[in-house]
Design a protein around this ligand. Structure first.
Ligand code: MGD
Ligand code: MGD
Ligand code: SF4
Ligand code: MO
Length: 699
């Protein structure tokens, strides 16, 4: 008998739905779900190959504990839980509460990172940050300031309804193929696709206009455009007067951003900036979309806010095809921002708000004293804390920081210093597991269930496609096992299953921006997904399949108005110098490769076309001047003090002043800097500098 199970792809934040056909315990066919509002019968190669997870590389099903002689011993699950629970307690008793920490993720289910946040942040009263810090922290902080809540307002349909689509530091052709598909579905005559990216990315190559600005000059560009919009009176005064605050100060502030200054800072000609200005002015439905080219910078929060400012100025908010919009990275980064109990209480509340703490404590079944009292220390402080000998225990799940962390050798050093280092992953071959003291093997998404929230706030269901084998457990069960071994008792009594956990989170959302009290677990099975907000009692009026926020011009701030937030651009903390004359730009390399490649390595047709070694792109002219040919090797020296060897791909798609290294090779983050946005603490991943030496060819 063939059965069909609809589930959610757990790679990127589109959250495509797929129909898996299963026979005799095997997936025989995977078909993108027809009629699903997100991906309607399409998907990318990664979703189609989900059936490959753990087929060629599979850890044994039992946990492993490192022994005194360095070898691993497999133990029954109960013993693994007890070992980790005892060790966590022992370290806390010996070195203090915050001597243990966790690193969570935006790629697990809502329920999984919620229970992890509950155990670690509430019961153990310590720090847990997530890999979402590496990705969406800047957008989240920007949203909170400007909109009053971390609530991107758009729906994916807006790509089809916008006549002027502006991508800023975003490369959806590679990173979000379904977005590109939606752009191509756009039937509005003469739609303009505009890309602002120093690199002639795959998206820039397919766009109508490409503005190859200098790295990290976006903030000055946005302020210059704002100044011109105001000077020429292209302002939507009705929107600005009724729905925003801070316009006067902003208008005064941007006066200094003359066309001349903008041109000098960005390297774009004055004519190019004026052309862009007119494109924005002439568009009837203008949408701005930013991703990591903005979020991963040293003034990322302000840059993100400067993009939203342009949308407010021109009244491109809340209407079809408009918005200053943040594109999300990982499948459930949106969920983790609200439900990981790291930077805010469940559903977005403030740790300092006593009434809200009490409300949440009652729902999740603990006393308010056992609720986390403050936001976590950020990711970099966790790694620095380990290296300083203050943090002795670390538990990471569904992330591979030895590879993905910025200046990643600092993580390698840290890993060696830990007395307890738990790695919970679907592969024991990942770089981060090399120095772990405990390895928890868990099943991949196709064998579990839970809830995802995509970039347009849509909840969708992950449902069990394949049954589990002997001893195989999910992340949820694994964390629950440790929770029980810790003696959490009553404090974990309401958390027995993902379904129960979903009910708790649903109740936490009541009255908050993300209110989804109208959504029950079963509503999501075989569904079209449901966007938040979806409060109980309003189901009928909200039933349409594409909803955007802010159509009423109301924001989540106390005054209900959006805020103009702005600040003088900072000096670049890592300027190019004579010693390090090139920018070290980094990002995605291909549609088929996912981050640290642990998962996509299993996909044969991705492996077949991917280079097996680290490489980077170099401009043709620069290569010529240095007598470098395609696939020659160079040693790159970074201003972070490290060096690494790469093969060169010669290309005019990168500027003369940059090297572009795909992140899928561990060498890339050997060279990225320990530099962060000061508000979000997100790494300035794309802002390193370097020089290189050619390695002599043999023969
Ligand atoms: N195939 C694939 N898809 C993915 C992922 C993957 O690993 N593989 N990862 C997912 C995740 S988690 C994320 S966060 C997204 C990321 O999605 P994107 O942000 O679209 O991808 P990136 O390649 O990181 O960066 C986008 C662009 O930023 C540009 N950039 C660099 N510096 C600047 C600058 O100063 N200004 C401007 N304007 N642009 C700049 C880079 O040249 C690059 O083209 O992709 C998601 N999708
Ligand atoms: N230089 C540079 N560095 C970057 C970036 C950049 O643009 N430039 N981008 C940053 C961004 S945006 C991101 S999001 C990060 C991503 O960085 P990571 O999160 O470290 O990368 P992944 O390879 O996605 O790691 C996910 C891990 O989860 C495991 N896994 C998969 N499914 C499951 C599961 O169900 N349960 C468990 N427990 N494990 C599972 C996988 O095997 C893998 O080891 O990288 C960041 N690093
Ligand atoms: S990776 Fe993203 S675009 Fe590709 S199938 Fe999965 S959710 Fe869809
Ligand atoms: Mo990301």
């Amino acid at each position: 008998m063939v059965k069909k199970v609809q589930s959610t792809c757990n790679f990127c934040a589109i959250d495509c739905n797929l129909d898996f056909y299963v026979e005799d315990g095997k997936i025989i066919k995977t078909v993108p779900t027809k009629g699903y509002p997100v991906n309607d019968g399409f998907s990318c190669i990664k979703g189609l190959s989900l059936s490959k997870q753990q087929t060629t590389v599979k850890p044994n099903a039992l946990p492993k504990i490192r022994q005194a002689d360095g070898s691993f011993k497999e133990v029954p699950w109960e013993e693994g839980f007890k070992y980790v629970a005892d060790k966590l307690k022992e370290l806390q008793e010996k070195y203090g509460r915050e001597s243990v920490a966790g690193i969570s993720t935006g790629q697990l289910t809502l329920e999984e990172f919620a229970i992890f946040g509950h155990v670690m942040r509430n019961f153990l009263q310590t720090n847990v940050d997530g890999n979402t810090r590496l990705c969406m922290a800047s957008a989240a902080v920007a949203h909170k300031g400007t909109l009053g809540y971390d609530a991107p307002g758009y729906t994916l349909n807006d790509f089809e309804l916008s006549d002027t689509i502006i991508f800023i530091g975003a490369n959806p052709v590679v990173a979000h193929p379904i977005i590109w598909q939606r752009v191509r579905n756009n039937k509005i005559p003469d739609t303009k696709i505009i890309v602002i990216d120093p690199r002639k990315s795959e998206t820039a190559r397919n766009a109508d206009y490409h503005y190859p600005l200098k790295w990290r000059s976006d903030l000055t560009l946005m302020y210059t455009l704002a100044n011109l919009i105001i000077e020429k009176d292209y302002v939507d005064h009705d929107f600005v007067d009724n729905h925003t605050e801070g316009y006067e100060g902003f208008a005064e502030f941007v006066k200094n951003f003359t066309l001349e200054r903008g041109s000098k800072a960005t390297g774009l000609s004055e004519d190019q900036i004026l052309e862009l200005l007119e494109l924005i002015h002439n568009g009837k439905a203008v949408s701005f979309w930013w991703t990591m080219g903005v979020n991963q910078g040293y003034e990322a929060v302000r840059t993100a806010q400067s993009i939203m400012n342009l949308a407010f100025l021109t009244g491109n908010v809340g209407k079809p095809g408009t918005g200053g919009n943040s594109i999300t990275g990982q499948c459930n980064a949106m969920g983790s921002r609200l439900f990981s109990n790291t930077t805010c209480l469940f559903a977005g509340g403030d740790f300092a708000d006593e009434a809200e703490r009490k409300r949440i404590a009652d729902i999740v079944g603990i006393t308010p004293e056992l609720m986390a009292k403050k936001p976590t220390i950020p990711y970099n402080k966790i790694i620095e804390g380990i290296n300083a000998g203050e943090i002795k225990g670390l538990w990471i799940l569904c992330t591979n920081p030895r590879h993905s962390w910025t200046n990643n050798e600092t993580f390698a050093e840290a890993a060696k210093k830990l007395e307890l280092f738990v790695v919970q992953d679907i592969y024991d071959t990942i770089e981060s597991a090399e120095d772990c003291t405990v390895y928890f093997p868990v099943v991949p998404g196709i064998k579990k269930e839970g809830t995802y929230i995509n970039m347009e706030r849509r909840l969708s269901a992950m449902r069990k496609v394949l049954d589990r084998g002997e001893n195989e457990i999910s992340d949820y069960e694994c964390i629950l096992g440790v929770a029980k071994a810790l003696g959490m008792g009553e404090a974990i009594a309401k958390w027995e299953t993902p379904r129960q956990c979903f009910d708790l989170l649903r109740e936490c959302s009541r009255g908050k921006g993300c209110d989804f009290t109208g959504i029950h677990w079963d509503d999501l099975t075989d569904s079209h997904g449901i966007q938040w907000p979806y409060p109980e009692g309003h189901e009928k009026e909200l039933s349409d399949e594409q909803r955007r926020l802010y159509a009423d011009g109301k924001f989540f701030t106390p005054s209900g108005k959006a805020q103009f937030i702005y600040e003088e651009p900072l000096e670049n903390p890592i300027p190019v110098t004579d010693k390090f004359p090139l920018v070290f730009n980094t990002g995605r390399g291909s549609v088929g490769q996912w981050h640290t490649q642990s998962r996509t390595k299993e996909v044969k047709f991705v492996e077949d076309v991917s280079l097996k070694r680290a490489y980077l792109y170099m401009n043709t002219q620069l290569a010529k001047e240095n007598d470098i040919h395609d696939m020659d090797e160079i040693r790159v020296f970074s201003s972070n003090g490290k060096d690494a060897i790469f093969a060169v791909k010669v290309s005019d798609n990168v500027q003369y002043g940059e090297l572009y290294a795909p992140i899928h090779y561990i060498e890339c983050n050997a060279l990225t800097p320990s530099s962060y946005d000061k508000y979000s603490r997100e790494p300035n991943y794309k802002g390193g500098t370097c020089r290189f030496e050619k390695i002599a060819r043999e023969g």
